[in-house]
Design a protein around this ligand. Structure first.
Ligand code: URA
Ligand code: CA
Length: 439
């Protein structure tokens, strides 16, 4: 078999066989398929796509390129959630403990922030002492005791994805639906879950900019799950503004604690997306018979304080100081040199927000990394004071910025303000949830 013939076949809109896909991925990992040939193949896939069968074979080959975590000794249905990446998306810190409080099992491997998007591991590490690199046997013991633990990916999980993603990042081949679907699903399957709820984001802060693209990606990921015998549901949710009000690591932990303390009302976007993801996680775990029952269970776990208790227990088990995780003390994690209000340049209505730029502004303050080597400042970031459709006045701030390095403020404020479109007309209502695939 020659790699050049396989590239030619994809250029000619051909369908690669399972053997050809295995040859490519194994060769790429052992170095016999060089970067330039893999990059050419990925570009051919960007233009000419893949069949569902090819995408499934690619996913399986990537999943088996490294360790596959075996969670079969843990009791119950192991349910995972995954977000395709957003701004102000702190759902894992809310939903994972709520599911455990409802009797579910969440053995979750999360990621770090990437570019303008935040990562659950960075948020967890803003709680002093919390460890996210935990040996697999201890991870499983915590999950068995509490029903929940959240750690980073173990060393050799899906090396094919790491290498392919690095190449895609620098060859403009990230935005391909089969490549994204196989990247996400291979990691989730290698992490060992029986059931997966995917939160596919669409909008200005997301990879998918249109609903149609998000639906295609969702359908493919659900189909890959079906073909390999896992239960997968994808919800498509809005990312045309930060999901929660907080953008930044400790600030997002604070918002999760507020939600779990009953301080955030029904109807709030973060609350509702948490309920939606939690509902499908309970249904896929066979713990609820319908959506109404699932929502009631989640709300009962929230209102009784059992969800917050679970989060505290999980943090304690992972070595962290859970005494911060209550309304009395959580502000201590968010203490900074200066909290500066940012005012709009004109009055009117917020008709559009570029969520990516809002994430970038928080990153510029030190909440995220511009390069892999950057250190995160856990306390900095911003808290939104206005949402899409709100009316704004020059004397009302759009956000409060949490600053430590004051020299970074001006550039971050300029980036933040550039995210807003303000006009005289109140915009039409836009939904939070667009679709559910695989119900
Ligand atoms: N997230 C991933 O894990 N992979 C992609 O290709 C895109 C988003
Ligand atoms: Ca295409």
């Amino acid at each position: 078999m020659r790699t050049v013939d396989l590239i030619e076949k994809k250029v000619e809109h051909g369908e690669l066989t399972s053997e050809e896909i295995a040859f490519l991925i194994r060769g790429f990992l052992d170095g016999t398929v060089p970067d330039y040939q893999m990059a050419a193949m990925q570009m051919a896939i960007v233009f000419n796509g893949m069949t569902d069968r090819e995408a499934t074979d690619l996913t399986m080959e990537m999943m088996h390129s490294g360790d596959v975590v075996n969670l079969s000794e843990l009791k119950g249905v192991k349910v995972d959630k995954h977000s395709t990446g957003g701004v102000g998306d702190t759902t894992t810190l809310v939903v994972a403990p709520l599911i455990a409080a409802c009797g579910g099992t969440v053995a979750k491997m999360s990621g770090r922030g990437l570019g303008h998007t935040g990562g659950t591991l960075d948020k967890l590490e803003s709680i002093p002492g919390t460890q996210v690199e935990i040996p697999l046997d201890r991870f499983k013991r915590i999950v068995n005791d509490l029903g929940v633990a959240v750690i980073g990916q173990s060393g050799d999980l899906d090396p094919a994805d790491k290498k392919m993603y690095a190449l895609r990042d620098v060859t403009a081949t990230v935005r391909s639906i089969p490549l994204i679907a196989s990247s996400i699903m291979s990691k989730k399957l290698a992490a060992g879950a029986d059931a997966i709820v995917l939160d596919v984001k669409v909008g200005s802060g997301a990879f998918m900019r249109t609903l149609e693209e998000a639906q295609k990606l969702s359908k493919l990921m659900v189909e890959i799950g079906r073909r390999v015998g896992r239960r997968v549901v994808a919800v498509i949710t809005d990312m045309n503004q930060p999901l929660g009000l907080a953008v930044g690591n400790a600030l997002e932990v604070r918002e999760a604690v507020e939600l779990l303390s009953g301080r955030i009302p029904e109807g709030d976007p973060l609350y509702e997306v948490c309920m939606l993801l939690g509902t499908y996680m309970l249904l896929l775990s066979d713990l609820a018979k319908d959506k109404e029952q699932a929502r009631k269970m989640l709300q009962e776990a929230l209102q009784s304080g059992r969800g917050l208790k679970k989060l505290q227990q999980m943090i304690t088990a992972q070595g962290g100081d859970a005494s911060y995780l209550c309304m009395e003390r959580i502000d201590e994690l968010c203490s900074v040199k200066e909290i500066r209000p940012v005012y709009p340049e004109r009055e009117g209505y917020v008709t559009a927000m570029n969520a990516e730029r809002i994430g970038t502004a928080a990153q510029m303050l030190g909440a995220g990394r511009a390069t892999k080597a950057d250190r995160i400042d856990p306390a900095v970031g911003l808290v939104m004071k206005k949402r899409l459709g709100d009316s704004i006045r020059k004397d009302e701030p759009l956000c409060l910025m949490y600053l430590n390095d004051l020299s970074r403020a001006d550039a971050a404020i300029a980036e933040f303000l550039s995210a807003f479109t303000i006009s005289d007309e109140k915009p039409a209502y836009s939904p939070m949830v667009y679709d559910v695939i695989g119900e």
